[in-house]
Design a protein around this ligand. Structure first.
Ligand code: FMN
Length: 347
């Protein structure tokens, strides 16, 4: 993260510090922030940092996941600004051929907003990878989530008990994430193998994965000795990937799917805003959220240069998975999509 500020007051720094706790894929925090003060207003310009753009994650080859992160950041700014009596009055998009070069201007003007939720939840929000209750989410809550999504022109679906046909078509994408060398390298770089959980480390703690102690040890060896990654390609990925998929879904109140109607900077940015709003609202209702990003494996498998590494039979298999998911469950993985595992906290 990098930012410049011309303002003398501390307020926008507080907003930025709060917003920097927003979720980003792989906790990459890829935002670049410029803030100016103009006639009593604060104008923020958000774009993807050049540093991250030089070496993006394989789950983010065209910058879409980073644009989502700009949106989650922007929504957090709105909540923090509302605390200081500022509201977002103008949003302008500066488009370009590539998401890496797009930016968005946000103008905050003094004023009161009664529709935003409290800022302390910004601090409390986190990714819930643990066991969640498999009780169905209350329909009033789902309706609120749907309203948030639809107000940002997104598609919203909730599967309290995801059908087998959906899981069977999603799972190969998860398995591939552990088999393919680039996806695996990226995944391993996100995992922390420290003995105790260290929140400063900004990584997924290995014990938070839904895998057995033996698998955990094997994963450690694969992380430590990169030659062993070959075993994952040859079939050893199956037990780990399957344990990190099926039990998590069984131990939850189901899956939500959020998708854009069109792949473009504005819609994907709005996706991020809605994601953060839904996530914060979920936490306030005692509901944990964990992004389930198999859809991003499909989305990124189509992007250069990863595309060349993917064998023809895998491409065909992925296409078949995507066609079935679209025909049977009306989720179009060609549009930027994210699954969200949700559920009431069980303790
Ligand atoms: C686009 C996107 C994709 C993500 N994919 C996953 C995922 O597949 N699995 C997971 O456990 N967390 C996923 N996350 C959550 C991030 O890892 C998490 O937000 C970030 O590491 C911050 O950690 P915290 O939520 O614990 O503060 C994703 C987040 C975003 C925004």
């Amino acid at each position: 993260m990098s930012f410049n500020t011309l303002s003398k007051t501390a307020d926008p720094h507080r907003w930025i510090n709060l917003a920097a706790k927003s979720p980003s894929g792989g906790n990459s925090q890829p935002w670049n922030i410029v803030v100016e003060k103009n006639e009593g207003c604060f104008i923020f310009t958000l774009s993807i940092s050049a540093e991250y753009a030089e070496k993006p994650s394989v789950m983010d080859l065209d910058g879409s996941a980073s644009v989502v992160a700009l949106g989650t950041f922007a929504f957090s700014l709105q909540v923090a600004a509302a605390q200081d009596g500022y509201i977002l009055t103008e949003t302008n998009y500066l488009n370009s051929d590539s998401y890496w070069d797009c930016s968005v201007y946000l103008r905050f003007t003094p004023g009161q907003s009664h529709s935003l939720i409290g800022p302390t939840w910004l601090i409390k929000r986190r990714t819930h990878r643990e066991k969640l209750s498999n009780e169905r989410i209350k329909s009033e809550t789902i309706d609120c989530f749907r309203d948030i999504a639809e107000s940002q022109s997104l598609r919203f679906q909730y599967f309290p008990h995801p059908p087998t046909s959906l899981l069977k078509n999603l799972y190969p994408l998860e398995e591939y994430r552990w088999q393919n060398r680039k996806f695996l390298d990226s995944l391993l770089s996100e995992i922390s193998f420290s003995k105790t959980k260290n929140p400063q480390e900004r990584k997924i703690w290995v014990s938070d994965l839904s895998i057995t102690p033996v698998q955990k040890f094997f994963l450690y060896l694969v992380h430590r000795f990169s030659m062993l990654r070959l075993f994952f390609k040859l079939g050893a990925a199956k037990p780990v990937s399957s344990d990190n998929f099926y039990p998590l879904i069984a131990n939850s109140g189901g899956l939500i799917f959020l998708s854009v109607i069109q792949n473009n900077f504005q819609n994907i940015f709005q996706f991020g805003q809605a994601l953060q709003q839904i996530w914060l609202l979920a936490e306030s209702q005692n509901i944990g959220v964990q992004p389930f990003s198999q859809s991003l494996v499909y989305y990124n498998s189509k992007k250069h240069p990863l595309n060349e590494e993917i064998q023809q039979f895998e491409k065909n298999r992925f296409e078949l998975n995507a066609v079935q998911i679209s025909q049977l469950h009306s989720i179009d993985l060609n549009h930027f999509t994210l699954g969200l595992r949700v559920g009431y906290f069980s303790d």
